[in-house]
Design a protein around this ligand. Structure first.
Ligand code: IMP
Ligand code: MG
Length: 186
């Protein structure tokens, strides 16, 4: 079998490994300061945020717990409906914990808005949102991130956990996908 190169599908590198590393370090430092003496629980929403989560948790220098949840959008097609089904719920009881939701990208914000409201009902001490990427132009829900890595334009990006049709998550940087990759698939 021929060895395929993922990078041939990338139009442009938007955020390099070095830029990502520096930003993750900076966010980790801020979280470590802000959550000093509190009960930090970092929650990663699968699967897109796993790479960011893995790096960010190691940039946090204070005690922290981690947990994961997996959700899927209800309704047909790729459009986010805002109503989500829980595929895998958290294991940890949120009572009294300071919850930090770790996301790869804040787009329409509908999914995260739903998750946040659901978790709020479980009476954690606090809830904040940390997103690596933010596409503010696309926002539909009334939601903003407390910690934000980069604001990016309305372009479809992959890598560092982000996928197109479940591919490219293992690219170590964030890149813009070539338009012909979508059109071939249609
Ligand atoms: P929303 O904020 O509810 O619209 O959904 C955000 C989700 O859409 C993210 O967690 C990603 O899985 C996906 N998403 C949005 N923009 C992109 C992108 O540019 N590349 C890859 N996935 C994206
Ligand atoms: Mg996705």
């Amino acid at each position: 079998m021929q060895h395929e190169d993922m990078t041939k599908d990338i139009l442009q590198v938007l955020l390099s490994e070095e830029e990502l590393r520096a930003k993750v370090e900076e966010i980790g430092r801020r979280i470590s300061e802000d959550y000093q003496g509190r009960k930090l629980l970092m929650v990663s929403v699968l699967k897109g945020s796993v790479v960011f989560m893995a790096d960010l948790m190691r940039a946090v220098t204070i005690p922290a717990e981690i947990d994961f949840m997996s959700v899927s959008s209800y309704g047909a097609g790729a459009k986010t409906s805002g109503v989500v089904k829980i595929i895998k719920d958290l294991d940890i009881d949120l009572h009294g914990l300071d919850l930090l939701i770790v996301e790869d990208i804040l787009d329409s914000g509908l999914t995260l808005d739903y998750i946040r409201n659901m978790l709020m009902d479980r009476k954690p001490n606090s809830i904040r949102i940390c997103t690596l990427l933010d596409k503010p132009e696309r926002r539909k829900a009334n939601i903003t991130a407390d910690y934000k890595g980069f604001e990016i334009p309305d372009e479809f990006v992959v890598g560092y956990g982000l996928d197109y049709a479940e591919h490219y998550r293992n690219l170590p940087y964030i890149g813009v996908l070539k338009p012909e990759v979508y059109s071939e698939a249609e």
